[in-house]
Design a protein around this ligand. Structure first.
Ligand code: ZN
Ligand code: ZN
Length: 183
């Protein structure tokens, strides 16, 4: 996933990649831990343009993944996709002044610039970062997932297990009390 800056004309260059998710170290780790198993290669579509001294890559990645629901613990498959907008800037040649050099690098990072050296921009690390950010922190097999019964552990999405559920909503309890009072 490298592009030579000389190939990036004024109107930019469109690129597509099809990459095995497990060829990215951090994504491989996610797959191995079963936290997020990638079911398809990443398909990446982007356009890089030159803007002054910088290069801007705007694009999108798509794949499918198997995640584990945080509420009912069952596995589910989901599309995983996101748009990205990355800015690359060529690293300044070493000035010999190490602390000044580190300062420039830190400053670039703070404003979201990704530094590269030489004539090639390697997109791998940046794209991996985008995929990692797209993996949901709170996984849900569906928005209305009912989760597991706290008493017997049954998956409540499969139907009611029959356990008596404690009334935890105080409003509910008050209503019940009123009803009793009426009788
Ligand atoms: Zn669920
Ligand atoms: Zn139950």
């Amino acid at each position: 996933m490298r592009v030579n800056v000389d190939d990036i004309g004024d109107s930019g260059i469109g690129l597509t990649f099809e990459e095995d998710a497990e060829s990215f170290p951090s994504l491989l780790e996610l797959s191995r831990s079963r936290e997020c198993v990638f079911l398809m290669p990443l398909s990446i579509d982007l356009r890089i343009r030159r803007i002054g001294q910088m290069f801007q890559a705007v694009g999108r990645f798509e794949t499918r993944a198997r995640l584990s629901c945080s509420r009912c613990l069952s596995d589910y498959e989901t599309p995983l996709a996101a748009d990205f907008n990355l800015s690359f800037s060529r690293e300044q040649p070493e000035t010999g002044d190490q602390s000044r050099h580190a300062e420039i690098e830190l400053g670039a990072e703070e404003i979201g610039l990704i530094l590269f050296h030489g004539e090639e921009i390697d997109l791998r690390d940046a794209v991996q970062e985008e995929v990692l950010m797209a993996v949901p922190m709170k996984t849900l097999c569906r928005p209305e997932c009912k989760g597991l019964c706290l008493q017997c552990g049954a998956d409540l999405n499969q139907g009611d297990c029959g356990c008596e559920r404690k009334i935890i909503n105080p409003k509910f309890a008050v209503l019940k009390g009123l009803e009793l009072g009426k009788k």
